[in-house]
Design a protein around this ligand. Structure first.
Ligand SMILES: *Cc1c(COP(=O)(O)O)cnc(C)c1O
Length: 393
């Protein structure tokens, strides 16, 4: 089946008694009984499939996991309470039996950098940050550090760099370190890191997968090698996604292909328009032919679909000018998050990368004039008109 067909069929329509529900119901039960104690014993022993307790299994969550697993071509998938939980559990799982060292991309989602530095750091895990878009530098960091895990984003936040995932996967594999890829910005429609050799893929399902601004969730898609440890951590610690969120995420994914197609097309038009605006100093967009990773983009992303995230620098702008721009917007929503059906604008220095010091942000190229846009599904004319009136001339 093609991707868009999988989004509406995978995981759903499992037989329940003598009927088949066309969409998976929301199962709220925290535990499950069976006809005989022998059967319950087999379920507990995982000799027979079936739910027993909500921390181990939930039929609504399982349906979502089956769906995402199909889309990302994984061995098995775990849904959990947030994207950060998915990342935390993945790094933890990778390091259980491996050296307590991580090599990570130097520009990541702010909370990811923060988590590696402060939470894992406090537990004695050493993280080395290197530029994942500079392959020789990243390879050198891996050979020097000999890490237990490598963490990168397929399309980085907020500067939208695209690293050579296939080559990084090969390097990590030779070093014996699982490559963990945050694929939130690309979605499985644009990139499937496991097919490129990665070991674990995570998503903030809060973003494109759910897509409607009403869910907090995460997923971990694993290869066979890393799944057992991940599953043990899930069953022991209980970072599970709830059934209501699982239902909403599954409902959202049914239109993922349609939404992404429109959002990517809108983003291409918006990025071109922004590049010609006199108040815009610089546009960051993977579809730009002059993008620093243009060759990798051409190799790894589908032609014409470069994601729907755009960043730009406001000419002679700093916090007051950026705030004034954001307050003038009438349709575009100024709030944290991305990937929703509506267009959103965010100020990374205040929101996604707030936890980093100003010096650290400056070093990463996240300046005080940088603004991030998540392009929605509205008419492109309306998105451009709103930005045009807010930017002024
Ligand atoms: C939002 C986001 C996260 C964190 O996900 P939550 O669901 O907010 O916990 C991680 N990585 C990226 C790229 C994100 O955009």
């Amino acid at each position: 089946m093609k991707f868009e067909s999988k989004t509406v069929h995978a995981g759903d329509r499992k037989k329940a008694g003598n009927f088949i529900p066309v969409t998976t119901p929301i199962y709220t039960a925290s535990s499950y009984a069976y006809d005989s104690m022998d059967q319950l014993d087999r379920v507990f022993g995982r000799e027979e499939q079936g739910p027993s307790y909500a921390r181990y299994d939930n039929p609504t969550v399982s349906a979502l996991q089956d769906l995402v697993n199909e889309l990302e071509a994984g061995h098995a998938t775990i849904a959990c309470s947030s994207g950060m939980m998915a990342l935390h559990l993945s790094v933890l799982a990778a390091l259980v039996d491996r050296p307590k060292r991580v090599v990570a991309g130097h520009v990541l989602y702010g909370a990811t950098t923060h988590m590696l530095m402060t939470i894992f750091g406090a537990l004695g895990v050493e993280t080395t940050f290197a530029d994942a878009s500079d392959l020789p530098a990243f390879e050198a960091a891996i050979s020097e550090v000999k890490p237990g895990a490598v963490v990168v984003e397929s399309i980085t936040n907020p500067l939208l760099r695209v690293c050579a995932l296939d080559q990084i996967a090969a390097i990590a594999r030779r070093a014996g370190a699982p490559l963990i890829v945050d694929n939130t910005f690309a979605t499985p429609m644009l990139m499937r890191p496991l097919e490129l050799g990665a070991s674990i893929v995570i998503h903030s399902a809060t973003k494109y997968l759910a897509g409607h601004g009403d869910v907090l969730g995460g997923v971990i898609v694993s290869d066979a090698e890393n799944f057992e440890v991940l599953n043990t951590l899930l069953r022991t610690i209980g970072p599970n996604l709830g059934p209501f969120e699982a239902y909403l995420t599954m409902r959202g994914i049914k239109t993922l292909a349609l939404r992404m197609e429109k959002q990517c097309a809108n983003a291409c038009k918006l990025a071109s328009w922004l590049a010609t605006h006199p108040r815009v100093a610089k546009v960051y967009f993977p579809g730009d032919p002059a993008h620093p990773d243009a060759a990798t983009v051409k190799r790894l992303l589908p032609s014409g679909q470069y994601g729907a995230m755009i960043a730009f620098e406001l000419k002679d702008g700093a916090k007051p000018e950026v705030f004034a721009l954001m307050e003038k917007l009438q349709m575009i929503v100024c709030a944290t998050s991305l990937g929703d059906v509506h267009t959103m604008m965010l100020y990374p220095a205040m929101a996604s990368h707030r936890d980093l010091s100003p010096k650290h942000r400056e070093r990463l190229g996240i300046g005080n004039s940088l603004v991030r846009i998540s392009t929605g599904i509205e008419a492109i004319e309306d998105i451009i008109a709103d930005l045009d009136q807010a930017l002024g001339r």
